[in-house]
Design a protein around this ligand. Structure first.
Ligand code: SF4
Ligand code: SF4
Length: 202
């Protein structure tokens, strides 16, 4: 199916019809477009993935990639001696993810979209960062799934994806709450090991 997306009106209509295009009705339809915009082409590519889980995985990974490509090689948090902009005048280190269990010496060991979308005001006043609304590809997710990608912080990519695959809002909400409790216990355990106001033993 060839989609003529040459003006704003056509593009807006295209976004409005996304739920329909990803439905069973278009299961065997291959989409093409005249538009060369990267975001639109990513959506078209996703629409041509007919397996639900594979499409969700593609959407998640591509959204992460768009952010990674923009910040790649830039020290947007201003880290110097392990201290970010907000930690210049206190004793803490390693930014706002200092207590996350997935933090390693070389950075994050997983891929978490909620974390990637988070930028404090110190970062935002210095850089034009990618916001949630810039990630047009997320329009392919349901309202429940969009809520998850915005709120599932400090979580392994694989667990976020499991939440996204689920059809049940209650199931994924319970899992997010349980993980939050486990993370809280983990943070408290780290706090007990804290020495010298924010420098950790490991
Ligand atoms: S987002 Fe802000 S608080 Fe978090 S690490 Fe970056 S500068 Fe620090
Ligand atoms: S999961 Fe989030 S908070 Fe934890 S290390 Fe990765 S980006 Fe940082």
């Amino acid at each position: 199916m060839y989609l003529k997306l040459d003006n704003n009106k056509q593009i807006k209509k295209f976004y409005r019809l996304l739920s329909l295009y990803k439905s069973i009705i278009f299961k065997f339809v291959k989409f093409k477009t005249s538009n060369s915009d990267k975001n639109i082409n990513l959506i078209i590519e996703a629409l041509n993935i007919k397996n639900r889980k594979e499409r969700i995985t593609f959407v998640y990974d591509e959204a992460c990639k768009l952010i990674d490509n923009q910040v790649n090689g830039k020290n947007i948090c201003g880290f110097e001696n392990c201290k970010c902009y907000t930690q210049r005048n206190n004793s803490y280190k390693y930014g706002c993810f200092r207590m996350c269990r997935y933090k390693t010496n070389s950075g994050c060991s997983t891929k978490n979209l909620a974390c990637k979308l988070f930028n404090c005001s110190e970062v935002k006043k210095r850089y034009k960062v990618i916001e949630y609304s810039d990630l047009k590809i997320l329009k392919l997710l349901s309202i429940r799934q969009r809520f998850i990608v915005k709120s599932d912080y400090f979580t392994l990519r694989e667990n976020v994806l499991k939440d996204l695959y689920s059809y049940s809002f209650i199931y994924s909400s319970i899992k997010i709450i349980l993980r939050t409790i486990i993370d809280f216990i983990h943070v408290k355990a780290i706090e007990k090991r804290t020495i010298n106001g924010g420098i950790y033993e490991n």
